[in-house]
Design a protein around this ligand. Sequence first.
Ligand SMILES: [Zn+2]
Length: 163
Amino acid sequence: MGKKSNSFFSWVITIVGIIGTIFGGMNWEFVKELLNIIWSAVIAFFTFKIPVWTVLSGIVLIILILYFINLFSAPYIPEFVKNYNTASIKGFKWTWRWVYDGNGWDIDNLKPHCPMCATTLKTDVVPKGLSLSCPREDFKKLLPFDFKEDVRIIIKDEVDRRG
Ligand SMILES: [Zn+2]
């Protein structure tokens, strides 16, 4: 960084300062001072001789810190999340998966299965309630709207009972 780049910079801050003063109503002396400080910081940063090992160990340290933050912030996986994903409730076999929503574990993708062939049943909301039908055969059943909600509550209750 020679005299040339410094004089170029002086020229730039003069222009920026004038524009700032005219259009932004800024304090010219303040703007000039601020730009000078920024420029000095940039020069100091690029000319300061930092040993390579310092930089490398810094990077390694940051990676280790991030690794441990990630390790300890991962949610603890309870036993029921791994093992309790299917049950026979209210005459149907149900499957689901557990999702962590930030506060606790919730049931997701809750599906009833056909009592005859175990295929996932089609679930349709019809005017009278919830219609379950097997895509493979002639099986159809009309259930109350909140049928699935009941199953959800039963599954969660079962988890609570198991402790
Ligand atoms: Zn079936």
